[in-house]
Design a protein around this ligand. Structure first.
Ligand code: ADP
Ligand code: MG
Length: 321
């Protein structure tokens, strides 16, 4: 059986692929050069087997998802991804698993020009932590605390797909093809909206990525900004697959509270609404106005003008049952 260092060398070490990586995997630390005039944006996410993903999730999906989840945080700040580190805990040296995981990891990183610069490898229950590092110009990062009354609330892509996708993955629901494949793809291989986040610099000052459901993630913006909001639920963008496989009554709670969609929610001054179509075309993702920031604190959900009651706001790890 191969040891830890052979494992690292075989599956996670590659020649340096970026000039700002002065020293990558193999020493006690990586040595990295932040470009002059840029700030370093850093974010870390852990995925635990049986908690964040079903144990049966194929390793290729897991790697792709872990990368996307991390890139999504950089996207939500308007940062340009540069480097990642990986802490991997594995129950055993499983060569086919590692081969598929490593290939998918590097494929996902190569797609955005990100270098894996270090990490840690340990034995234990399957768990992976990725840390993403990116660059953003001083003053241009998209902040949760920057929403102002009157601004429009915009979301990218479609919401709720991963909610139904998870029910499919867990065998709690059935769906016809091609919807089933599409919804599972949205769950297992979300697309981080990196290009959109970059394009928002100078247009928006406030964004968050939707990892725990729009209601909860937007509430973080509201709390940080000291404002409230109205959401018009009939405007929520739902995919054709979700609409084909679920009723509106089922789809709305998924869209608001299921999480795992990794779309961006951002605010723009109402006067900027006219730039949204061009921004959408340029970043290759639909943009939909779903509500408005208001001075009165709290999140008000409306469906065709009527108050809408959401039973569960979104996923929280330490919530009492
Ligand atoms: P140390 O004991 O000094 O912390 P490690 O044995 O943990 O060193 O790691 C050796 C080298 O391999 C370091 O450069 C570390 O960043 C890198 N490394 C360890 N595990 C991984 C991994 N899963 N992916 C990428 N790099 C890794
Ligand atoms: Mg170590």
């Amino acid at each position: 059986m191969a040891g830890e260092f052979e494992l690292i060398g075989r599956f996670f070490k590659r020649p340096a692929e970026r000039v700002d990586v002065l020293l990558g995997v193999g020493d006690d630390c990586a040595l990295l050069a932040v470009p002059p005039g840029q700030q370093l944006a850093v974010s870390l996410d852990t995925l635990v087997a049986g908690r964040h993903f079903p144990d049966s999730t194929p390793p290729a999906c897991l790697a792709a998802k872990a990368v996307a989840v991390n890139l999504s945080d950089l996207a939500a700040m308007g940062a340009q991804p540069a480097w990642m580190t990986l802490a991997l805990t594995l129950p055993a040296y499983d060569e086919p698993w590692l081969t598929a995981f490593s290939a998918s990891l590097f494929q996902s990183l190569d797609a955005v020009g990100v270098a894996l610069v270090g990490g840690d490898t340990t034995r234990g229950p399957l768990c992976l932590t990725l840390q993403a590092h990116g660059f953003v110009e001083p003053g241009l990062a998209l902040r949760r605390a920057a929403a102002r009354p009157g601004e429009l609330i915009v979301v990218s892509g479609t919401l709720g797909d991963a909610g139904l996708g998870l029910a499919l993955a867990l065998g709690q629901r059935q769906a016809a093809e091609p919807q089933r494949s599409y919804l599972l793809q949205r769950l297992n291989r979300p697309t981080a909206r990196v290009g959109l986040g970059r394009a928002l610099r100078g247009i928006s000052r406030c964004a968050i990525d939707i990892s725990d459901g729009l209601a909860q993630d937007l509430s973080h913006i509201l709390a940080a900004s000291g404002v409230g909001a109205r959401l018009d639920l009939e405007a929520l963008p739902l995919s054709a697959a979700l609409r084909a496989e679920a009723t509106m009554a089922e789809a709305l709670p998924w869209a608001l509270a299921a999480g795992d969609d990794y779309e961006l929610c951002f605010t723009v001054p109402a006067a900027q609404a006219s730039v949204l179509p061009e921004l959408a075309a340029q970043s290759g993702v639909a943009l939909t106005v779903v509500g408005q920031i208001e001075a009165e604190p709290g999140l008000r959900l409306r469906l065709h003008g009527q108050a809408y009651a959401l039973e569960r706001a979104g996923y929280q790890h330490f919530e009492s049952p």
